[in-house]
Design a protein around this ligand. Structure first.
Ligand SMILES: Nc1ncnc2c1ncn2[C@@H]1O[C@H](COP(=O)(O)OP(=O)(O)OP(=O)(O)O)[C@@H](O)[C@H]1O
Ligand SMILES: [Mg+2]
Length: 355
């Protein structure tokens, strides 16, 4: 069986999960930055301060917002609003509610999400998409803690914790004039910046195992086991869609891979092609300013060629050796030395024996 508790991408997998507040149990991580974020959340949870969560798409902003809400122990609900997904003309009534007859189609009065979140938390996702008109109204709510339903004459007090999130650079929006500076400062009383998945090498193996168990359960099959080479490819890929993209891939592999073991040949091609070593793309002929580690780059170049040859020949080492103009024995030796994946059927036998 592959050992998935040792090194991935040069970083030892540490378990940072012991002693952590159970509210964070759905957030799988061993990353020190994430641990710091948990401490910030613990500190801010008991207050009513506005929190702004920054991070690329799929980094877990909503997951963090929910944990913050759960930890705060408030009696009201967690109400998420995706400001980017609701048309501008509807967002105001969606947030603040409306009175009967406020606009065509308003046949009865309706409470907004702020009111629904009373004594709880409202999560304003994609806050950067909010129009200037609504930004002013939101600022007023944050400052005065009252809302004005569309078509209404009376302000209504609300007691709501506001968490906002964005994957755009809000400060850039402030500078180009599309986001109000006063609202920006009002929102980011406590800013939390989530690292992207490529900045969390220690999370790759534990997340792979976590999702593999989750989707195994859902699909009524045994969890996948990843070859060391596959984990290396995972560790080198940039994951533009971050944890969501990673999760989707593991779900896909759970459905498509026959047997329990995942080899490089099972991975989508782009994953292997786009992964590079420590930020150095071996396809580029330029030596980086600050140099590189010759052995690891050459090693990675070799690995990549061998992996591609094995992938193209569906694991047939004789054919792969021919593609690379190598003796079969030389290739087999390299594969063994590099641990690139024991012969598929041998591995299956080992897996069976280990069970
Ligand atoms: N650390 C983690 N452990 C386990 N699952 C995670 C983790 N981070 C994110 N996820 C999962 O990844 C998916 C995306 O997370 P989430 O929706 O919180 O991201 P997001 O930053 O809000 O994304 P977007 O910018 O697209 O709105 C969810 O299915 C979530 O459960
Ligand atoms: Mg989100």
């Amino acid at each position: 069986m592959f050992d998935q508790t040792t090194e991935v991408s040069g970083s030892p997998v540490v378990s940072g999960m012991f002693g952590r507040n159970p509210v964070f149990r759905d957030i799988i991580t061993a990353n020190p930055e994430m641990e710091k974020i948990f401490h910030v959340i613990e500190k801010v949870a008991g207050t009513n301060s506005t929190v702004l969560i920054l991070g690329d798409s799929g980094t877990g902003k909503e997951l963090i917002a929910r944990a913050l809400h759960d930890l705060s122990g408030v009696s009201g609900p967690f109400v998420p609003v995706n400001c980017g997904a609701i048309p501008d003309n509807l967002l105001e009534s969606e947030l603040f509610g409306h009175e009967k007859g406020a606009f065509t189609g308003a046949i009865s009065s309706k409470p907004g999400r702020f009111m629904l979140a009373n004594n709880g938390t409202i999560f304003l996702d994609e806050i950067g998409e909010m129009t200037p008109n609504l930004q002013v109204k939101l600022l007023r709510v944050l400052q005065e803690r009252v809302i004005e339903p569309v078509g209404g004459v009376k302000s209504q007090p609300v007691n709501v914790r506001v968490i906002a999130a964005t994957n755009v650079n809000l400060w850039e929006k402030v500078q180009e004039g599309s986001f109000r500076e006063d609202l920006y400062y009002r929102l980011q009383v406590v800013p939390i910046e989530l690292p992207s998945l490529s900045e969390r090498p220690e999370d790759i193996t534990i997340l792979a195992n976590h999702f593999s168990h989750e989707y195994a359960l859902q699909n009524n099959r045994r969890p996948l086991v990843f070859s060391p080479e596959v984990l290396q490819v995972f560790g080198r890929y940039r994951w533009p869609g971050n944890i969501r993209e990673f999760e989707n891939l593991i779900e896909r592999l759970t459905i498509l891979v026959d047997g329990d073991a995942v080899y490089v040949e099972h991975l989508p091609r782009y994953l292997c092609e786009q992964s590079d070593v420590d930020g150095f793309d071996w396809r580029s002929s330029e030596l980086p300013e600050d140099g590189l580690d010759f052995n690891s780059v050459v090693d990675s170049f070799e690995n990549s060629l061998i992996m591609q040859a094995l992938e193209r020949t569906k694991g047939n080492k004789k054919a792969a050796a021919e593609l690379l103009n190598l003796n079969r024995t030389t290739l087999v030796e390299k594969i063994k030395k590099k641990g690139i994946g024991v012969k598929r059927d041998e591995e299956e036998t080992q897996l069976k024996a280990a069970r």
